[in-house]
Ligand binder design. Structure first.
Ligand SMILES: [Zn+2]
Length: 238
């Protein structure tokens, strides 16, 4: 191999390694470059936070609230600013039922390689939309698709926000997402004290997730777990 070819091969390998590294970093559930990120809380108490991303939607919010009410479970809903603005009554119903809200961006973009102004607008517009319906508790942030690199964590960190991801994600696995038994077993087997479970229940396509919810709660209760909101879980760190 000529010297020039060798150098260009090594350079290409290096570039690919860096791109791959950045991709892995952007997708990490447990690490970000700046600020506070929580995927699970280290605690001896058998508590778990159920979290629901996206929405609220006019179609499924009441059904989901009914399921949670029957189960007597309080959960955390990471909502988008756009859907809060479109569905204020559903957002108020979530809050009135005693659940917690979190910020899941305004328009649900992949929040990497964007401008600082975009990060600020996506986050601040969503906080403002949530405040408009009268919700006053602290708002934590969950990035769409769990994606973040440098700019987003920098903005979150500089404004004192905590990033909340998850450590149990049944819907990520195609063989689990639409198989009720596999879904329930996945969550019940993998959840640990301090776990944060991610589910999507606000769209038509997630019928299995809605159906699984009471079974997941029953299975986890059988293992001795109780349910808390994300803010309550974060309190366990102190
Ligand atoms: Zn989402």
């Amino acid at each position: 191999m000529s010297r020039r070819l060798l150098i260009s091969s090594v350079s290409l390998a290096l570039v690919l390694a860096i791109v791959f590294g950045l991709y892995k970093l952007s997708s990490s559930r447990t690490y970000q470059a700046f600020g506070d990120l929580v995927a699970r809380v280290e605690t001896g108490r058998p508590v778990i936070a159920l979290t629901f991303d996206d929405g609220p939607t006019a179609r499924f919010t009441n059904e989901v609230l009914g399921i949670l009410d029957d189960l007597d479970v309080k959960a955390t809903f990471f909502v988008t600013g756009r859907e809060v603005t479109e569905n204020p009554a559903e957002t108020r119903a979530i809050v009135a039922a005693g659940h917690e809200l979190g910020n899941h961006s305004y328009s649900h973009p992949r929040m990497v390689m964007k401008s600082y102004a975009t990060y600020r607008s996506e986050i601040e517009k969503t906080d403002a939309a949530i405040r408009t319906i009268g919700y006053e508790k602290p708002l934590h942030f969950r990035p769409p698709y769990g994606k973040k690199l440098f700019g987003l964590p920098w903005y979150l960190s500089s404004t004192g926000r905590t990033t909340v991801t998850w450590d149990v994600e049944p819907e990520t696995y195609p063989e689990v997402a639409d198989d009720l038994d596999a879904f329930v077993a996945h969550v019940v087997d993998r959840a640990r004290s301090g776990s944060i479970v991610l589910m999507h229940v606000m769209y038509e396509s997630r019928a299995t997730s809605r159906e699984a919810l009471p079974l997941v709660v029953a299975g986890l209760r059988e293992r001795g777990f109780t349910f808390v909101t994300v803010s309550e879980l974060l309190e366990e760190r102190k």
